[in-house]
Design a protein around this ligand. Structure first.
Ligand SMILES: NC(=O)C1=CN([C@@H]2O[C@H](COP(=O)(O)OP(=O)(O)OC[C@H]3O[C@@H](n4cnc5c(N)ncnc54)[C@H](OP(=O)(O)O)[C@@H]3O)[C@@H](O)[C@H]2O)C=CC1
Ligand SMILES: Nc1nc(=O)c2c([nH]1)NC[C@@H]1CN(c3ccc(C(=O)N[C@@H](CCC(=O)O)C(=O)O)cc3)C=[N+]21
Length: 284
């Protein structure tokens, strides 16, 4: 029997722990506020942004939403982020991606103050992660580490194969698995004989962005499979990058979509928001 890794349950545990911690921090006069910026009205982004706002309300941190029109210029977005950097009421800044074509995402990410970079996307956060310095961790990979640890899955010494090398999932995932003493391989669209590589994995992390791409023939018997993908199928149901029905019988543990990695991303975002006040000076 394969173990179903319940991201919903584990994310709830983490949010409950954070909620208690926030109560104590509040009592010490510290409170957090997250600014969430969305440009345009992509429905998928709106769902995520809403989930983030709900999570903030649940654990007891304030959130400020900035909903800007699709026509917002790069200059306008840069000045809003600069304003939020200066705003003492705001502890964390999240600019929902993807941004419209006419805005340079890298430029926006670099504008966010590293001290408020709760997404962990700023080059300073990325650098800190790779050299093992304390800093904000990218939420999705950090959530996956929590899923593995809290499900009793050991990483040390394991063959970890990541499919995908994006800056927001694949690359930071590699850094975190390495930090946990996994043996890490990162694959991508130019990888030759992908199946041969993925079949070596004790832990297979899939972030390709292609619906149900990974079938049983990519997976070693008894592997742990983590599905980061997020798509809608022809019936408008959520599904991942992994063909769950085909792969699940061959795994020792697997994450579902929905209810796997997605909720963990939000829980770790909340953890990063709380982190902004953990070390804050007490207000008189
Ligand atoms: N649950 C969550 O919280 C989150 C979910 N997601 C979801 O995860 C998925 C991946 O997201 P993201 O990392 O942003 O995606 P990107 O599109 O940025 O990256 C996809 C990666 O997959 C690689 N790739 C594409 N096709 C193949 C292939 N046939 N074989 C091997 N590698 C391939 C690409 O390679 P190359 O670099 O060579 O082009 C690239 O590195 C999406 O479905 C997204 O919606 C994303 C973030 C958070
Ligand atoms: N600046 C920025 N930071 C992000 O962290 C970020 C982003 N931009 N852009 C898009 C991706 C995607 N992402 C998800 C978050 C939660 C779920 C999630 O909660 N999923 C639920 C289902 C949600 C639903 O019902 O649609 C689940 O898997 O169970 C999914 C995906 C964060 N991302």
């Amino acid at each position: 029997m394969s173990q179903l890794i319940d991201g919903k349950k584990i994310s709830k545990q983490i949010k409950d722990e954070l909620k208690e911690e926030v109560l104590k921090l509040n009592a010490a006069g510290k409170s957090a506020c997250l600014a969430v910026v969305q440009v345009g009205d992509d429905p998928a982004s709106s769902v995520y942004v809403n989930n983030k706002k709900k999570a903030c309300a649940y654990i007891g941190i304030r959130s400020k939403a900035y909903e800007l029109p699709e026509s917002t210029t790069e200059e306008e977005l840069v000045s809003l982020v600069e304003e939020l950097n200066e705003d003492d009421e705001v502890n964390g800044i999240l600019v929902q991606l993807p941004l419209p074509e006419h805005i340079d995402e890298d430029k926006i990410i670099r504008t966010i103050s590293p001290e408020k970079d709760v997404d962990g996307f700023h080059p300073v956060s990325v650098g800190r992660l790779w050299i093992g310095e304390k800093g904000f961790l990218s939420c999705t990979p950090a959530g996956i580490i929590q899923l593995l640890k809290r499900s009793g899955i050991e990483i040390e010494g394991k063959e970890c194969v990541i499919v995908g090398r994006s800056n927001i999932v694949g690359k930071p995932m590699a850094a975190l698995l390495l930090r946990e003493n996994g043996t890490v391989t990162v694959t991508h669209s130019r990888t030759k004989n992908l199946k041969e590589v993925t079949k070596r994995a004790d832990i297979l992390i899939v972030a390709i962005g292609k619906r149900q791409y990974i079938t049983a023939d990519y997976v070693k018997e008894g592997a742990v499979v983590i599905d980061v993908g997020m798509h809608r199928d022809e019936n408008n149901h959520l599904c991942g990058d992994v063909d769950f029905a085909d792969v699940e019988p061959h795994t020792s543990a697997i994450t579902p979509v929905p209810g796997g990695v997605g909720p963990m991303t939000i829980a770790m975002l909340m953890n990063n928001c709380v982190e902004t006040i953990r070390t804050q000076e007490e207000r008189p």
